[in-house]
Design a binder for this molecule. Structure first.
Ligand SMILES: NC(=O)c1ccc[n+]([C@@H]2O[C@H](COP(=O)([O-])OP(=O)(O)OC[C@H]3O[C@@H](n4cnc5c(N)ncnc54)[C@H](O)[C@@H]3O)[C@@H](O)[C@H]2O)c1
Ligand SMILES: [Zn+2]
Length: 350
C-alpha cells in the first residue's frame, strides 16, 4: 500500500493498494470513532461492492445505513442532493457521525457536498472506485452538484478525512470509464512528470497501477496544497480542459469528459507545435499515450464553435482567458490570451 498526504486544512491521507475495500472498516476506525455511518453509493457500485464495505464497517464497530441513487451524471443534481439530506436527517445523523462515499466522481461530488452542508458540515471519507476518482476527483476538496444551467454550479470546498483507492476495483470498470481516467493520468504526465507520460505510453496502467495512481495523486496534492481555493497554480490542472469543456458542452454531454480532455490536450499541443513553442516530439509522445489508452486525439469541430464554447467557460476572467500550454513533456505554463485570439489559436490546433 502507498500513502500520499494531502496538506490542505485539514490534511488527510490518500491510501492506494489492493483489497482496501475489504478492510475499509479498520482504516476508517483508525481516524474516526465508530458511529453511525451513512454509506452513499450509486446503483451500479451498490451491486458490486456495498455488501463487502458494509460488512467491513460493521466488523469495525460502525452502524451502517445506505443511500443508493441511480448511476449516472443525470443524478448529480439538486433533487438527489435534497433526497440525501432528508435521508441523513430521517436517520438521525449527527455532526459526530460519518458519510462514506463509495463510488466514482459522481458519488464523491454529491456525498461530499452533502457532508459540507448537512448540519453545517460533517466528516466524510471517500472510497474511490473509478480511476478518475482515484487520480483526480477524490483529491482537492471540490464538491458539487449540477444545475439545469450547467455542471458543478452549486458546491463547496470540503476536504474528506480519508481517501481509499482500491486498485482491484479497476478490474470491473468498463474500458471506456477506465480510459476516461487514463486521460487525466496522461494530463499529470504532461504538466508535471515526463517519466509518468513515458510509463503510460509503454504499457499503460497494467505494469504498475498502484505506483501510477500514487504519482498522479502526489502531483494533484502538491498543486492543491499550494492553491487550495483554485486561484492560480491549480489552473495547471486545466490542461486540455478549456477546449475539452467546449467539446463536451457542444455534444450535449454525450462525449465523456476524459475523451474531451484527450482531444483538448492534443489540440492545444498541436497549436503550440505549429507556433513553434513546443517540440513536435512532445505531440508525438502525447498522441501515442492517448492512442494506447484508447483515447481520441483528433477533434472535428470548427474553431469558431470551440472558441465560443471556451468564452462561456466559468474560468474566463473578463476579456482574456488563461490557457495551459505545454513547454516540454512534463512541463506546462499558464498563458493569458485575449478572447479575440482564441479562435485563431484553436484553428492552428485542428
Ligand atoms: N471534484 C473534483 O475535483 C472532480 C474532478 C473531476 C471530475 N469530477 C466529477 O466526477 C464525475 C465523473 O466521475 P467518474 O468518471 O468517476 O463517473 P461515475 O462516478 O459516474 O462513474 C462512472 C460509471 O462507472 C460506474 N462504476 C464506478 N466504479 C465502478 C467499478 N469499480 N466497477 C464498475 N463500475 C463502476 C459508476 O456506477 C458509473 O456508472 C463528474 O461528475 C465530474 O464532474 C469531479
Ligand atoms: Zn478533468
Amino acid at each position: 500500500m502507498r500513502t500520499v498526504e494531502v496538506r490542505t486544512a485539514p490534511a488527510y491521507e490518500v491510501r492506494i493498494g489492493p483489497g482496501l475495500l475489504l478492510r475499509c472498516g479498520e482504516h476508517i476506525a483508525a481516524i474516526h470513532a465508530p458511529c453511525l455511518a451513512a454509506l452513499v453509493t450509486d446503483s451500479r457500485v451498490d451491486i458490486l461492492y456495498a455488501a463487502a464495505v458494509t460488512r467491513s464497517l460493521e466488523e469495525a464497530g460502525f452502524r451502517v445505513v445506505k443511500f443508493v441513487f441511480p448511476a449516472g451524471e443525470a443524478s448529480k443534481n439538486l433533487e438527489t442532493y435534497a433526497a440525501l439530506l432528508s435521508f441523513l436527517a430521517e436517520r438521525g445523523l449527527t455532526r459526530s457521525d460519518l458519510i462514506v462515499a463509495l463510488g466514482g466522481g459522481i458519488v464523491g461530488d454529491l456525498a461530499g457536498f452533502a457532508a459540507a452542508t448537512y448540519l453545517r458540515g460533517m466528516d466524510f471519507v471517500q472510497l474511490a472506485t473509478t480511476l478518475l476518482a482515484q487520480v483526480d476527483s477524490s483529491v482537492g476538496g471540490k464538491t458539487a452538484v449540477d444545475l439545469p444551467q450547467g455542471k458543478n454550479l452549486a458546491g463547496a470546498f470540503w476536504q474528506p478525512r480519508l481517501v481509499l483507492c482500491d486498485v482491484r476495483c479497476l478490474a470491473t470498470l468498463s474500458p471506456e470509464t477506465l480510459s476516461d481516467g487514463l486521460a487525466e493520468a496522461i494530463k499529470y504526465g504532461m504538466i508535471a512528470d515526463a517519466g509518468l507520460l513515458e510509463q503510460l505510453r509503454n504499457g499503460g496502467l497494467s505494469a504498475d497501477a498502484e505506483g501510477i495512481i500514487a504519482r498522479c495523486v502526489q502531483i494533484k496534492a502538491d498543486v492543491v496544497a499550494a492553491d487550495e481555493r483554485d486561484n492560480a497554480a491549480r489552473q495547471l490542472l486545466n490542461f486540455g480542459h478549456t477546449a475539452g469543456h467546449a467539446m463536451e458542452r457542444h455534444s450535449g454531454f454525450t462525449l465523456t469528459h476524459g475523451r474531451a480532455v484527450a482531444m483538448g490536450m492534443a489540440l492545444v499541443t498541436r497549436a503550440c507545435v505549429k507556433r513553434g513553442t513546443v517540440s513536435p516530439s512532445v505531440l508525438e509522445a502525447l498522441e501515442d499515450a492517448l492512442a494506447k489508452s484508447g483515447l481520441p486525439f483528433a477533434c472535428h469541430l470548427p474553431a469558431e464553435v470551440l472558441a465560443q464554447g471556451a468564452a462561456a467557460d466559468k474560468k474566463r476572467r473578463g476579456d482574456t482567458i488563461t490557457l495551459v500550454l505545454p513547454r516540454r513533456a512534463g512541463e506546462c505554463i499558464l498563458s493569458k490570451m485575449p478572447l479575440s485570439e482564441l479562435e485563431g489559436f484553436f484553428k492552428d490546433g485542428l
